[in-house]
Structures are given as C-alpha cells and as structure tokens.
Design a protein around this ligand. Structure first.
Ligand code: SF4
Length: 554
C-alpha cells in the first residue's frame, strides 16, 4: 500500500499527551533517557574536532576516548569501519569494539552535489594519498572514503577546507548534507533554482550549536526540477519547486519522510514558501524537531514518528505559532514528473545553450585515479563543474556543443558511459559488508556482477528500472522505493546451508504513485541465485506485458 495513503493521526491534545514520556525537550524532559542522549549532553559532538587535532592525531587510534570513537567523531563525518574478515553472521553477535577496525570511513558533504573541478581534484588526491584510492559516490551526493587514519585528519581537513569543502556534520544527530538538484541553475525546464536556498540553509544551521544536538539525523532536500530528482519524498524535510497561481515560483514544503526499518513517505504541509524565506522555514522545522522530537528510543527518534503522530495540520500549526510567528501561504502540490528516470544521465542542452553530460559510475563506485581523470576530462572540454546525484551518478556541466562527442568518448574510455543500459543506470548499492559494521552481506561487487549478468542475458530490456541493494535491514540504498528492492540477510540454500542472500521487495516507487515495494512473503533469494531470479522476473514481464504497460510504477 502507498504510504502516502496512510491517514495521519488526528492532532488532539490527548494524542500528544500520550507521548509525554518520549523525552521531548519541549515537555521539559532534559534528563537523558539513553546512552546516546547522555553522550550528547556530556559534550557537544562538534567539540571533538579539537581533541582529534590536538590529541588523537598525535597519539593514534588507541588514545581515542570510547564516547568520542563511537559517538562524537560522527559529527565530523568519521565512523569506524568494519574489521576485515568478519562474516555477516557475526554482525549482530559481536560487541562494537570487536567489529571496529582502526581505520575510519570519512564522509565529505557536498551540499547540492555541486563540485568544481578544483574541488574534485582535491577529493581525488585525498583518496590517493590517504584512503587507499577509495572514493564512493553515495546516494546523498557525498563522497565516502575508507581506510582513513586519525593521524591524517588534520591534513585532510586542511586540504578540504582550503577549497571550500567540509566534513562538518556529515554524520551524527545533526543537519546532514542538503541534497539538491544537480542541474540547479542550468536546466532548461527548471521551475526555480534552489542553489541560493541551499547555501542559506547551510549558513544558518550547519556547524551551529543551536542545532548540533538533534534527536537523530535530519535530512534535507531542495529541488526546483520538474523531474523531482532528489527523492524528496523520503527526506525529513523537503522543499520542492512549484508555481503558485498568484505568487509565482517557490517551494512546496514536505516533512516526515524516511526509510530504514519503519519507512514513511513525507507529507505535504500544503504551504508555499518563496525562495528567500525557505531557510527561515527550514530553521523553524529543525527547531520543532529539536524541541519536540522523541529522544527516549533511538528507533523512534526520527522526525517521521512525530509527524505520524501529529499529522501535517498540527505540525504546520506548531511551526507557525511557536516558531515562525506568522501564517504560511497555502500552495499547490508539485506536478507529476514527465518520466521515470530522475538521474539526468545522458546528454542534455542547458538553458544557456551549452550541454551537460550525465554518466553512470557502476553502483557509485569510483576511485581517486578515476576522479582525477574526470576532472581532467571536464577541464579539457571547457567545463569547470562536476556534480553528483542522489542516484550515485555524476554530471559534467557547461560543455560547448562541439566538445560533447569527444567528452562522451573520453568518459566511455574510463568505463563511464553516458548511454548506460537500464541495469547500469538503475542499480544502486549501499556500502555493504566490505566496510559497514552493520552489514550482513556484500553489496557493491554483487551489484556490479548483477549488472553485467543482466546486460548479457537481457539486452532487449529497454525500460526504466531501479534495482536497489542493501547490506542489512537499514535502507541506505532506499530498497523500499525501488522496482526491485533487495534487503541483505542470511538465507538457507538448497543444501540447508546458511548463506548470504536477500529478501525481495517488488514494486516500490516515487513520483506518480509513491509507495513501498511489497515484501513478498517468504521470497528470499541466495546471493548466487540473484541474477537468475531477476532475469526470471523481467522475462516474465517481457513475455506478458500489455501494450503501454511498463515495469516501473514511477
Ligand atoms: Fe550498512 Fe546496512 Fe546501510 Fe548498507 S544498508 S550501508 S549495510 S547500514
């Protein structure tokens, strides 16, 4: 069933009262009710930066305080990575310290997915010098390194910050990276450019201690593209470009989306906000979350739980009366996107007559050497900008028409085609067991293998399709909104052995009919049987499809 069809709870006092024990600051509950809240109360996560630079970087991993290691270092984008060789069956059994490696995953936030070639080159150099060449494009437009040593962090920050990049609040219970349309400001069909909005939101809340102790992570999306290209439906707050019949272009406000183990599609507040007011409205919504968000249980601490209990009407009322001190203007909903692909892959004309070229790294996996070559290629073809997308894809912007063919050839030579198969284009994978401490199965290599198998077996399949692969029940790769969602878990094979495999979800979508894929009861496939299974599903569809029917619900 579509989650958007769920009825929000009536905004009554009795309902709100039922949650007085949720640890909400607005109800006067400032005593921490769990270990995470205690860590945040003991010291602000942002303060760990000084200790990393002055103590841990000098003395090494063993000197890191336990609370900092598994808590506050996230405020600067650092997670310990999984110790190599620990299989997925042990994930839930071992203590955190048994899973920890002495190396870190480091996330660089790229708000709006906007990079200059100079910034991309610095990202590439850091990958090559400090991260054993790793540099994945995440599905929130970030770059993620692995094998980072705490000793190298001062130099990494120095280099990133010298070109205007940062890892500030890239993880933790904070305002995370603000995802944005990667074609903001250049797309010929744009409703409104969200770039100034993203910059102002960033200036107001990121690194601001008024918002560095939120109940949990807080994800923001801004897009003025009619393609609805940032998966706004599954963000805590989203601003989506619309045209108000009287006031003109502005943004429609959504709150309470999120996936993970209790997925919910965000709800519209029914409010239209002009670009110059979006950052203030955003700050009001972050403040509602900080003050009213649930802090008793981590599993109920995302904004979506508060929105589910309050409903859009009460949420808007509290926002207006207690934080904005004014009424918002009612506004229209976004129109349906014109087609299923939201990733901007391919060659497209910009409104200034130049072109942008979107291409498809396989499941977001690139490396420092490749990123440096992408920067070289972009500059050699007249571009100074390379953007990332929330579909783990990349775009080179501002290319003169006469240089497009040469650029696409150069990209293809790097294995980065601008004309990918539906499988290469539509498959995403999370980090998985290679580095993630929560993972149960491998994802990236398996995703790449699946793509190659499907390209070989089904060259005739030519429709939009999304295949999203997660390494555990969390939903970093958004399995619930994929046409084929694959949730990693251990399954029993035909010989009775426990092996890596996936629970299958079918028919999820965003856009026209947003909703979560159906978990097919009992339908689990082994990792080795994955290509056979997906091929069978798609062949059955091809054999039985009606004229005009399509596989994706979009
Ligand atoms: Fe790790 Fe699970 Fe997220 Fe994949 S979905 S990155 S395995 S937490």
């Amino acid at each position: 069933m579509s989650d958007s069809a769920e009825k929000p709870a009536a905004p009554t006092r009795r309902k709100a009262g039922r949650h007085r024990g949720e640890g909400q600051w607005a109800a006067g509950h400032f005593t921490p009710l769990n270990g995470n809240e205690q860590v945040k109360k003991d010291d602000d996560g942002l303060n760990v930066r000084t200790r990393i630079e002055t103590i841990y970087a000098q003395r090494g991993f063993q000197a890191i305080d336990g609370q900092d290691l598994r808590g506050r270092m996230r405020w600067w984008g650092l997670y310990t990575q999984r110790r190599p060789g620990i299989d997925g069956g042990k994930t839930a059994i071992l203590e955190p310290e048994e899973l920890d490696d002495e190396f870190f995953m480091l996330r660089v936030r790229i708000d709006g997915g906007r990079l200059t070639t100079r910034q991309l080159r610095v990202i590439a150099e850091i990958s090559q010098e400090f991260a054993r060449g790793t540099a994945d494009i995440t599905d929130r437009q970030n770059v993620q390194y692995h094998w980072i040593r705490v000793e190298d962090m001062p130099e990494i920050w120095r280099r990133l910050e010298a070109v205007g990049l940062s890892t500030t609040e890239a993880c933790g219970d904070t305002p995370r990276v603000i995802v944005g349309s990667p074609v903001a400001g250049i797309a010929a069909d744009e409703i409104i450019d969200g770039t100034p909005v993203i910059e102002e939101i960033h200036r107001q809340v990121v690194g601001n201690k008024a918002y560095s102790n939120l109940p949990r992570k807080f994800k923001t999306a801004v897009s003025g593209s009619p393609l609805l290209d940032v998966a706004h439906e599954v963000n805590d707050v989203a601003f989506v470009g619309v045209v108000h019949p009287e006031h003109g272009p502005g943004f429609d406000v959504w709150v309470g989306g999120g996936l993970s183990t209790n997925p919910r599609i965000g709800v519209r507040l029914g409010a239209w906000v002009p670009a110059e007011e979006v950052a203030d409205v955003h700050e009001g919504i972050v403040s509602v979350f900080r003050d009213y968000g649930y802090r008793r249980l981590r599993t109920r601490a995302r904004l979506k739980f508060l929105v589910a209990d309050w409903g859009a009407e009460k949420f808007r009322e509290v926002l207006e009366k207690e934080y904005l001190l004014r009424r918002l203007v009612d506004g229209p909903a976004p129109a349906d996107p014109p087609h299923a692909w939201r990733d901007h892959v391919g060659v497209h004309r910009q409104k200034d007559g130049r072109y942008y070229v979107g291409f498809a790294p396989t499941v977001g996996r690139v490396d420092g050497t490749t990123l440096a070559k992408i920067a070289d290629l972009a500059e050699a073809h007249g571009s100074g900008r390379v953007n990332t997308t929330v579909q783990q894809k990349m775009l080179i912007l501002d290319v003169p028409e006469e240089r497009v063919a040469s650029l696409t050839e150069g990209l293809a030579a790097l294995g980065l085609t601008a004309e990918p198969s539906p499988f290469r284009r539509g498959t995403m994978a999370c980090t998985g067991i290679e580095f993630c401490k929560l993972a149960i199965v491998e994802t990236k290599a398996r995703g790449a293998w699946l793509i190659e198998e499907l390209e070989r077996r089904l060259p005739e399949f030519d429709e939009p399709l999304t295949v999203n692969i997660n390494g555990c029940p969390n939903s970093c790769a958004r399995i619930q909104i994929a046409d084929i969602g694959l949730k990693g878990q251990l399954v029993v094979d035909e010989n009775g052995q426990q092996v890596e495999g996936f629970q299958v979800h079918l028919g999820g979508s965003l856009g026209l009919e947003p909703g979560f894929g159906r978990k097919i009861r009992g339908l689990k496939v082994t990792a080795d049987g994955l290509a056979d299974y997906v091929e069978r599903v798609l062949r059955t569809y091809l054999d039985q499809r009606e004229p005009g029917e399509r596989f994706a619900r979009w």
